[in-house]
Design a binder for this molecule. Sequence first.
Ligand SMILES: Nc1nc2c(c(=O)[nH]1)N[C@@H](CN(C=O)c1ccc(C(=O)N[C@@H](CCC(=O)O)C(=O)O)cc1)CN2
Length: 284
Amino acid sequence: MTAEIISGKEIAAKKRLELAKEVEKLKAQGITPGLAVILVGDNHASKTYVRNKQKACHELGMYSLLVELPEEVSEEELLKKIDELNNDPVIHGILVQLPLPKHIDEKKVIDTISPTKDVDGFHPVNIGKMMTGENGFLPCTPFGIIVMLEDTGISVAGKHAVVVGRSNIVGKPVGQLLLNRHATVTYCHSKTENLKHYTQTADILVVAVGIANFIKADHIKEGAVVIDVGMNRNEAGKLCGDVDFEEVSKKAGYITPVPNGVGPMTITMLMYNTVKAAAESINR
Ligand SMILES: Nc1nc2c(c(=O)[nH]1)N[C@@H](CN(C=O)c1ccc(C(=O)N[C@@H](CCC(=O)O)C(=O)O)cc1)CN2
């Protein structure tokens, strides 16, 4: 079997066309969705992601504000800036690009963002809402994975979904979102014994471990849906995922590539959440 490629790039482009129309409608009502991105320090990768977020805003006709703070900024100053943005009516969404320097408590920072502007979906209020299935903001990468599955016509209900990785940003929430859609979910992680025992029974396998080419063909079941959230550099410095695409794509039913798989969906769902925040601000 040769897997069908799920192109996040193509699905993201289609979703952005739909979003552009929503932005137009909001603008006709006098509201321009506005996103504030806070970048602390000069991490090269973070700068690229932030630039791409700004570009996406501009392409959709949204307002984007970049707040650049030096690596040495104090936690207090950062929290003060967030508070200012919480009270700024032209800003509907706020995100602090991660990772943050070691001297800043990430949890405190996330907790300071107003849940109504938390377009990353990382605030405990939004995480709680996700768990109970209430209306809130869903974290962008897990949300993007669900949209990719839906767009490809892959049904989740009743399927065995195995998530390898348990980060707060990807692993835990993607398992919850799959559970909310009636999958039977198994979480695996670095302490899991006999990983293959679980991955080989997965109808849907989501991998977010941060180890290049970690998942091999013998980890998966013939015809499985394989979602690769990894973003690593191989020995040659080439971008690659957590899944050995070369061999796994010969056995899987569907597979996401790296690049152009899950990655482009992350920024698209961020735009979606910002438009949603702007629309919901009308009724407050
Ligand atoms: N506040 C946040 N910080 C971080 C998040 C996040 O969702 N919110 N996620 C990641 C970084 N990230 C967005 O911020 C992100 C990473 C990768 C991509 C992407 O499109 N990747 C491309 C490849 C890019 C390349 O060539 O290097 C792909 O997979 O095709 C988008 C967003 C950590 N921080």
